[in-house]
Design a binder for this molecule. Structure first.
Ligand SMILES: Cc1ncc(COP(=O)(O)O)c(C=O)c1O
Length: 462
């Protein structure tokens, strides 16, 4: 057995244990072995505190998930009471629990019209994996067994299980694992900035929207509509760099899906629960999906829980099949997670957090972001609700990017952290997604820290 030695300095102690025993996600093990990870020990409101007592403003709401902010007494109490009442029972076979049944019913009232048949899982990846199985099952029941291929987009992030990674279109996610699996293909992302929208000689936004959506139609025609099962997309691509589709894009995508009888699967894992200024991204972009997946903001990250909501067409087919669904997780609809999620939805509702993100605080966030456009490193800013992006460029007029090896985004991210702000880098795109409870004064502080980090980055790249 390994001896665990305790370092007198607690930060050092945890860093040593972490370096020795913890295999991190999305981190080079060599860097991990250096043992200089940040140790986050507590949080309150929009602030984290590390093991050295440093206060850090969390501009990312954890990983796009802590909608209601940290340190909520009512959520902690709900978890305690639910654990005492029933720490675990499953929802497989013919049992349910009150929190699972209540949460399913509540979600059915919030999700886009018709998406009111709810399956529970534990993470966004599991929800998307389940959705892929449901899509296959649907077409098998419909007698269209050859309809198998799922079309996703370059730069998409849908999770890390085998199917969710295959759905993802961020290229580095595939080679280590021989992915994507067969039957998963990717088309153009509606990334206006990268495609010259707004430049003097670039396409206008509407033309580009049609061009990006047309890549779906071209792919369907290339594969044959009889072979295409579904299209999946986030209303706004989050981890891909807060890519907000130009007006007209989602209308075109829906027209194309209908024309070729391709199911529309909307991934609301980031956009759901108020992030874009409405309960769901589908509401913000007027999307009528066949199924949606959700996680993160469902419990504000206080418990691991996710869900798939099936639309009328799919659920009617499943009910008509009159056979057992051979799928489900030990923790599907976990009673403690479901109870916390329910309470979290109650908070989002009673505090009007979605409305706030789509109203005054979202406007204030957008105004602050826009002001950063005067910075020499900034090529564009954009936002919807309380999610936003800042594009770092070497040359503002041409949008020429920095040499990739210079890692401008990573440098800026590190400068943010050193200054007491978490802002994430996706390549050279800085992204923000603060808790939906953030106040104007906290946004003033966030953007002052962001500007200071940009200034420092600029001085390093001069
Ligand atoms: C849009 C989207 N879908 C799915 C996932 C995967 O969720 P999880 O990490 O809970 O598996 C994520 C995670 O960031 C996401 O952003």
């Amino acid at each position: 057995m390994n001896e665990i030695t305790r370092h007198d300095n607690l930060t050092r102690h945890w860093q040593d244990l972490d370096a020795r025993y913890h295999f991190h996600s999305f981190l080079n093990p060599t860097e991990m072995a250096r043992g200089n990870v940040h140790v986050i020990v507590e949080a309150e409101g929009v602030y984290l505190r590390d093991s050295e007592g440093k206060k850090i403003l969390d501009g990312m709401a954890g990983l796009w998930c802590v909608q209601v902010g940290y340190g909520r007494e009512d959520l902690a109490r709900t978890a305690y009471e639910a654990t005492k009442a029933l720490p675990y029972y499953n929802t497989l076979f013919v049992t349910t629990t009150p929190p699972a049944a209540e949460l399913a019913a509540k979600l059915a009232t919030l999700t886009p019209s018709g998406c009111d048949y709810i399956f529970f899982a534990n993470s966004g990846s599991e929800a998307n994996d389940s959705a892929v199985k449901f899509i296959r099952y649907f077409w098998n029941l419909e007698g269209a067994k050859q309809k198998k291929t799922i079309i996703s987009r370059q730069r998409a992030y849908h999770g890390v299980t085998m199917a969710a990674s295959s759905l993802s279109g961020l290229q580095p996610m595939h080679p280590q694992f021989d992915l994507p699996l067969d039957g998963f293909v990717h088309v153009t992302a509606p990334y206006g900035f990268e495609n010259g929208v707004g430049l003097k000689d670039g396409p206008d936004a509407e033309a580009f929207a049609h061009q990006a959506a047309a890549s779906l139609e071209e792919k369907i025609l290339e594969l044959g509509a009889d072979n295409v099962a579904a299209f999946i997309g986030e209303p706004v691509m989050g981890a891909g760099g807060v890519i907000i589709p130009p007006p007209g894009y989602w209308g075109e995508i829906q027209r194309i899906c209908k024309k070729y009888d391709v199911l529309l699967h909307v991934d609301e894992v980031i956009c759901g629960f108020g992030r874009t200024g409405n309960w769901f991204g589908c509401d913000t972009f007027d999307i009528q999906p066949d199924l949606i997946s959700m996680a993160k903001g469902l419990s504000s990250g206080y418990q691991p829980i996710s869900a798939v909501a099936l639309g009328k067409r799919m659920s009617e087919t499943f009910l008509k099949a009159d056979e057992e669904l051979v799928h489900g997780f030990t923790y599907s609809g976990h009673p403690v997670a479901a109870a916390v999620a329910l309470k979290n939805l109650e908070i989002i509702e009673s505090e009007g957090l979605a409305t706030r993100a789509g109203g005054d605080i979202g406007d204030y966030f957008a105004k602050h972001l826009e002001q950063l456009n005067d910075h020499p490193l900034v090529g564009e800013t954009r936002s919807v609700g309380l999610m936003g992006a800042i594009e770092l460029v070497e040359d503002k007029s041409t949008r020429k990017r920095f040499d990739e090896k210079k890692e401008a985004g990573k440098t800026c991210r590190n400068n943010c952290f050193a200054g007491g702000l978490i802002m994430r880098a996706v390549g050279d795109t800085m992204v923000l997604s603060p808790p939906l409870t953030i106040t104007q004064a906290e946004l003033d502080e966030l953007f002052a820290l962001a500007r200071a980090a940009l200034d420092k980055t600029a001085s390093q790249f001069r």
